[in-house]
Each structure stands twice: as C-alpha cells, then as structure tokens.
Design a protein around this ligand. Structure first.
Ligand code: PMP
Length: 377
C-alpha cells in the first residue's frame, strides 16, 4: 500500500526536487550576500550565482541572457507584462487564462484599455483566424497561455505569435503550466511568464522573458534591480533553485512526458469505461501530459473530493478553490453548469504510479456510486 494521501494535484504545485534543494542550500547561510552589493566578495558571489542561474534559464528557453528577468512568480510576471498597456491601447486575451491575466485585464478595462477575449472551441483551443479578425490598429499586446492548467489544452502559440509579429503586435505567453512539461516554441514569443514551483522548484520565485528592445513598465518602484523591471532584492536561493529545476527538466522532460501521457491515458480510459456518466474536458492530443479533467454527472466535486480522502485532488485551479462558482475555463468551453460543478482535475506528476491510478479508479467508482445513491434516495 502506498503512503497516503496520494498527491495528484501537480498543476497547483510540485514537490521540490532534492537536487534543487541541494543546489539552494549554500545560498541561505554561506553565500548569503546581496547580489547588488558588488563592492565586496559576499555580494559578488551572490551576483555570480544569480547570473549563472540566468544563463541556465536563458539556455532552457533558447533566449538571450539579458532577456531573462527574475520575479517572485508568474503572477508578478503576468502583471508586469500587462502593465505596459496604456489608455487607448487594445489587449487581446481569452477567458482561458489564469486569474493573474484575467483580473488585471478587467482592471485595465476600467482604465481605458479595450479588451477583446478570444473564444475557445469545445476542447479549449483558440483559433488563429479569429485572432486575425479581431486585431485592430491600436492592438498593443496579445496574451495567450502556452498550456491551460485546468484542462491541459496546449495553445498554438507559434502560430498566434507569428500573426502578431506580422502585424507588429507584442505577443505575451504565460508558459507557467507548460514550462518543463512540453517543448515550448519561443520563436514568436516577445514576453513570457513562469514560476519555479510548477516544475519541482521552490515557491515564491519565477521569472519573465522580455525580448530585447521591449520597454517594460514596472509594477513596483524601488532599487531598480533587474534593469528596473522588477525592483527588490533578487531571491538568490530561489533563483539558483529555479535554474537547477530547469536544468533537470531539460534533461528529463522528454522521457517523463512520454510515460506520463501513457499513465494519464490509462486513467482516462479506465474512468470513462468504469464510471458511468463521466465526461472528459479538453483534448486527447495537444494536451499537458499529466492533465486530466473529468465532469461526473449527478455529483458535486466538493463531495467527491471530501470522499476521496486518500487523494489530493482539485476541482479547478487551486486559486479559485473555496469559491462557489463554476470554473470560468469550463464555462468558456461550453461545459453545462450542472456538469461543471461535478468536475475534478487530476494532476499526475513524477511521483505517481500505475498502482496509484488503479487505486484511484477503484475509489472513484465506489465513492461516486455511493454519492449518487445518496442524492437519488
Ligand atoms: N499562470 C498559470 C497558468 C498558473 O497555473 C499559475 C499558478 N496557478 C500562475 C500563473 C501563478 O503562479 P504563481 O502563483 O506562482 O504566481
């Protein structure tokens, strides 16, 4: 019997890889200097560590060293990217995006920035032809995530970015869920956001890619670190840990995504075959390897999660847990409200096994059957 509860919420966060912890440790109490203190050896050591980390991340994404910026995570990076919009500008994004895009976009609307939302199809894909149709002369930025954290859809960012490039519009992609899970084509991406803790790195550290020549409007003003784009002392252990996480992902991603896709498909096929009235949300192909999202008719996801106490699961994005409204992503792809309320997101990751999947299917069958009997009685 495996150790319980079994973690299956790898889109919310991931455990820190021991190799990452090991790389970080010296930067807490030994090489603890402030990377901006270049007048002494302590500071220079910290600065060297940060610059080495920047190099690893630049290499992972295939971008220039000076195009990588450290932040406190993808929320901050997304907010900084959208902050380059000014009144009179037009922003194009979608209802599929993470709240750290959707919520600032709503605020921008109140400040004189026009916002257009692209419409996903039933599997969550955005349509490059629609993007062509809604571009305006004053469109400044298009923001589309590389992968969706709820239903796993991988967006055609190379194609969307190419359209933007042709029209002289900046293309931003939140690559938080995709980074380290699937290859990302950065050719046409001008700005990107990522967070270390989604790829077996530490929480509270992330970064952004900003291509040379793009003027960033900082959200926070202060000491001018990160070329003024993100004031505040860089989280040195965090940056070092994130770089190690990217290095490990670079080496292990391809093999892992292959077996994770197989494991996910096994879970998918078994649940659909063995649990009546279970409907998968999102596509079979062009999907995050560890992602599965299933709507179970005639049950509430909260009751399912409570009954499934041997598993750590989610009903949508963790940031909206506790709120009693249907997931905006499921609503956007046309899942009826009654089904959206019975949706569970399974986030498989490195620690999961075939045995976990077998236990999960048994538990789901039993618990969903029982919950349906109770509600029908
Ligand atoms: N974007 C996406 C797609 C995410 O999944 C998340 C984390 N749920 C974020 C941004 C925000 O990341 P963080 O909470 O680390 O700032």
């Amino acid at each position: 019997m495996p150790e319980l509860p079994i973690y299956m919420d790898h889109h919310a966060t991931t455990p820190v890889d021991p190799r990452v912890v090991e790389a970080m440790l010296p930067y807490f109490s030994e090489d603890f200097g402030n990377p901006a203190s270049l007048t002494h050896e302590h500071g220079r050591r910290a600065s060297n560590a940060v610059e080495e980390a920047r190099f690893s991340i630049a290499r992972f994404f295939g971008v220039q060293l000076n195009e990588v910026y450290f932040t406190a995570g993808a929320t901050e990076s997304n907010n900084i990217a959208l902050n380059l919009l000014a009144p009179g500008d037009h922003l194009i994004t979608s209802a599929m995006e993470h709240k750290s895009i959707v919520v600032p976009a709503k605020r921008l609307e109140k400040h004189g920035i026009a916002v257009t939302l692209l419409t996903p199809d039933r599997e969550g894909f955005l349509d490059p032809d629609e993007l062509k149709r809604v571009l305006r002369p004053n469109t400044k930025l298009v923001s589309v995530e590389a992968a969706n954290g709820e239903i796993g859809t991988l967006q055609p960012i190379a194609e969307l970015g190419a359209i933007c490039r042709e029209r002289g519009v900046l293309f931003h992609s939140d690559v938080t869920q995709a980074a380290g899970k699937v290859p990302i084509d950065m050719t046409n991406v001008d700005l990107a956001a990522f967070s270390a803790h989604k790829l077996y790195g530490p929480k509270g550290v992330g970064g952004m890619i900003v291509r040379r020549g793009i003027r960033i409007e900082p959200v926070m003003l202060g000491g001018g670190q990160e070329k003024g784009a993100r004031s505040g002392t860089v989280n040195v252990p965090g940056a070092v840990g994130m770089a190690m996480a990217f290095r490990v992902r670079g080496e292990e991603m391809a093999a892992e995504s292959e077996w994770l896709t197989k494991l996910r498909n096994e879970l998918w096929d078994r649940v659909v075959a063995e649990v009546p009235d279970a409907f998968v949300n999102g596509p079979r192909d062009r999907r995050l390897p560890g992602n599965l999202n299933i709507s179970f008719d005639r049950v509430e996801s909260d009751s399912v999660m409570m009954a499934m106490r041997h598993f750590s699961l989610s009903s949508g994005s963790a940031c909206s847990s506790g709120e009693r409204s249907a997931s905006p992503v499921l609503t956007a792809i046309g899942v009826p409200e009654s089904l959206a309320y019975g949706s569970i997101r399974f986030g498989l990751g490195r620690s999961n096994t075939k045995e976990h999947v077998a236990l999960l299917v048994d538990d789901l069958k039993r618990n969903i059957g029982r919950l349906r009997e109770i509600s029908a009685a």
